[in-house]
Design a protein around this ligand. Structure first.
Ligand SMILES: *Cc1c(COP(=O)(O)O)cnc(C)c1O
Length: 359
């Protein structure tokens, strides 16, 4: 096997040896008592982390499976997608491919979603679902979730779907208090697990909407998830090994303490931000809307980002991201999400310092 390249890309992120070890336990049947015990041990901890009394479902898919599922389960009239980056833009395309009526509320990449503009759009009465990405991983923008939720909640018949793939357990997110109808996240980013598992909570309003829709499909049918949840099971055979990894990561999260985890992300993110300023770089995201789990660095120095990535890989066995889609090369991204520590982030920044001298 070739040498391990440590991941500092914003997903998938580095997975700890202890997590892999937890995943390597002998297989169990997904309808067995052992699985029910595993599910029951995970469930209350996920509810606590999400701040919800609703069940938290485990979907054997990446986040996009559930993102598509929300469209199929919830949209009757028309969905409005808040678009300000690669992931939020793609949701429009996904909704269209599901045969739904869709409109986009567009902001330039790097510009946060504006709650007042959203309000004006929703006032037309055309929409019954809003899709929203809390932390736009492609641009490093953390959008104003509480303000957006307050706007959507003014409209009784509009459901709010929120993607927290790169912000769950990074900053506090209280689903019930915020009034988010579907909160979803994935395994390979903020939770530092291998890919292949998505987690989501659904409000009673959203279940009621789903019950009125006939063509929800099977694999992502919210009501199928709910019926199986009542038996502490999933609709189909889940990725049991990854769920064991999740069980382990929940142990790790609660041992650290959730407040300490938030503080660690903030501290490590600040360390990266200091490095950005010290080296004469700028941020792609505006002040006040910067992600705590990754940094999208603006390449205002016009360095060769691809070459920087190559040197980092070759000389330091570290992977960074050279910018997403249309901002490839004009930005680069550094992740501090998951299990990163002061030491691993310092190691990353030292390696960047060395690599910059070799450009
Ligand atoms: C990575 C990411 C996704 C897509 O996740 P997949 O696991 O590839 O389905 C969606 N939303 C955000 C914000 C992401 O960062």
């Amino acid at each position: 096997m070739s040498e391990h390249i440590r991941l500092h890309i914003p997903g998938p992120v580095e997975v700890s040896p202890a997590t892999y070890e937890a995943m390597a336990a002998p297989m169990i049947g997904h309808r067995s008592k052992d699985f029910v015990a595993l599910y029951d041990s995970i469930q209350p901890r996920l509810q606590e982390l999400m701040g919800t009394k609703q069940p938290v479902f485990l979907s054997t898919s990446s986040a996009w499976g559930v993102m598509e599922g929300t469209i199929r389960n919830l949209v009757v009239k028309k969905v409005l997608c808040c678009c300000s980056g690669a992931f939020s833009d793609k949701w429009v395309d996904v909704a269209r491919r599901c045969g739904k009526e869709v409109d986009a509320l567009r902001f330039d990449w790097g510009v946060p979603v504006d709650p007042a503009a959203l309000d004006a759009k929703l006032a037309t009465g055309e929409f019954d679902v809003v899709t929203f990405i809390h932390n736009e991983t492609s641009t490093g923008v953390m959008n104003p979730l509480a303000e957006v939720a307050a706007v959507v909640n003014k409209y009784e018949d509009i459901l709010l779907v929120t993607d927290t793939v790169s912000s769950f357990t990074v900053v506090p997110i209280e689903v019930d208090e915020l009034g988010v109808d579907v909160l979803l996240t994935g395994s390979q980013k903020a939770l530092a697990l291998p890919p292949g598992l998505a987690l989501f909570a659904v409000s009673d309003r959203a279940f009621a909407r789903a019950a009125k829709i006939n063509d929800r499909g099977y694999y992502f049918d919210f009501l199928e998830f709910k019926a199986n949840h009542e038996k502490s099971m999933t609709p189909s055979t889940p990725c049991i090994a990854t769920i064991r990894g999740l069980d382990h990561q929940l142990d790790v999260i609660f041992a650290e303490g959730i407040e300490n985890r938030f503080a660690r992300h903030e501290r490590l993110n600040d360390t990266v931000h200091d490095w950005v300023r010290k080296n004469g770089f700028e941020f792609f995201a505006p002040e006040g809307f910067r992600s705590k789990s990754l940094t999208c660095v603006k390449n205002n120095r016009d360095i060769d980002v691809a070459k920087l990535g190559q040197i980092m890989r070759k000389d330091h066995s570290l992977a960074i991201d050279g910018g997403y889609g249309k901002i490839k090369g004009t930005t680069f991204r550094l992740s501090n999400m998951g299990d990163e520590t002061d030491e691993t982030i310092q190691n990353l920044l030292d390696a960047l310092d060395d690599s910059l001298t070799k450009l």
